[in-house]
Design a protein around this ligand. Structure first.
Ligand code: IMP
Ligand code: MG
Length: 181
């Protein structure tokens, strides 16, 4: 597999992603078998993970999306959550699964979970592709997580730097020279 020249190395290959996403999705499928969850994808970072994840679910599901931003264009969280696109429908009584690309400081997911519970969701659980546990500043943990990773800036499989690299089929570590200019 050829690697993008801006990547230092491939952290997670397509095959590793595929196998682990399936494993996690099947565990969620089992837990939610008797429910009808609303699966909320956080755009844009979760798109590829989300598309792979939901295709393993076998119960009736509703799909919806939110656009939130806590980051500017760089690699450090600005700690200011903005809702740029909200859900289409009311969440009262719904069992919600939030699908997110990565949990870093935890700011985005801590705020989002609180918001959805405040709006009357019956339950809110979090599914993440990546977890940078070392970076956590807010008291929140994913209910389901695919991979724990070190504190490195990664791109691909939906994750970006400056809106680039989201389409890469693997997770790669971005070369420092790309963002330290
Ligand atoms: P948090 O609110 O600090 O947990 O940040 C979560 C968001 O930060 C994610 O949805 C990503 O958009 C972004 N983020 C954090 N680490 C990375 C990374 O290594 N690569 C790309 N985006 C990242
Ligand atoms: Mg994001």
């Amino acid at each position: 597999m050829s690697m993008h020249p801006d990547c230092e190395r491939i952290m997670l290959s397509e095959e590793q992603l595929k196998a682990r996403v399936k494993e996690v999705a099947l565990a969620v499928d089992e837990e939610y078998a008797e429910k009808r969850p609303l699966v909320v994808g956080i755009l844009k970072g979760s798109i590829i993970f989300y598309a792979d994840f939901v295709r393993f679910l076998t119960m009736p599901v509703e799909l919806d999306f939110m656009v939130v931003s806590s980051y500017g264009s760089g690699t450090v969280s600005s700690g200011n959550l903005k809702i740029k696109k909200d859900l289409d429908r009311d969440v009262t009584g719904k069992d919600i699964l939030i699908v997110e690309d990565i949990i870093d400081s935890g700011f985005t997911l801590a705020n989002l979970k609180a918001l959805l519970l405040e709006r009357g969701a019956a339950s809110v659980k979090i599914v993440t592709l990546l977890n940078k546990a070392e970076r956590r500043e807010y008291d929140i943990a994913p209910d389901y997580n695919c991979f724990d990773i070190e504190n490195e800036f990664v791109v691909g499989y939906g994750l970006d730097y400056n809106e680039q690299y989201r389409h890469l089929p693997y997770i790669g570590i971005l070369k420092r020279s790309v963002y330290e200019k």
